[in-house]
Design a protein around this ligand. Structure first.
Ligand code: SF4
Length: 151
């Protein structure tokens, strides 16, 4: 997810259904060092959602533009011991997977990224308060900002 300051016009593709409150399509979840932005250099839990309705020419995450049949969920923070789970995932499973990553004092924050995470705005309205309550970690939303009506 990068800020789409130099993009082609928004592609005429339909975003995914935004009505789901308890399921969402993910790309991956893992623990890593943030490489850009205000939190650069800190360890975050990355929750990467599927779908993006932009087509930035410099995109390094084109695999997020659509949703795969499965997503990759890291079992141990930073160990890249990914489990493969079917998409979509449930709210309960996602909360459990974040809990599993949330070792004491290991992470600075949780990156909510994609793709374009606000294409899952309805799900996020349920997920974000719960994950904030369960982990106590700050949330870091990585959005293109081109869909303010969903924020
Ligand atoms: S994920 Fe979407 S907004 Fe981010 S750089 Fe790629 S095409 Fe652009």
């Amino acid at each position: 997810m990068s800020f789409p300051s130099q993009t082609a016009p928004i592609a005429p593709i339909a975003p995914p259904s935004n009505s789901a409150t308890s399921i969402a399509k993910l790309i991956e979840l893992f623990s890593a060092i943030q490489g850009e932005g205000a939190n650069c250099g800190t360890r975050q839990i990355f929750v990467r959602f599927a779908f993006c309705d932009l087509r930035c020419h410099y995109c390094d995450s084109a695999h997020t533009w659509t949703a795969p049949d499965t997503c990759a969920i890291e079992a141990t923070p930073g160990q890249r011991d990914f489990e493969i789970h079917p998409n979509p995932v449930t709210l309960a499973h996602l909360l459990d997977w974040v809990d599993r990553q949330n070792r004491p004092r290991l992470h600075d924050s949780i990156s909510i990224t994609g793709g374009e995470p606000l294409l899952h705005a309805t799900f996020l309205k349920t997920f974000l308060p719960q994950v904030k309550h369960r982990t106590g970690l700050p949330l870091y939303l990585e959005t293109g900002g081109h869909r303010p009506e969903l924020a």
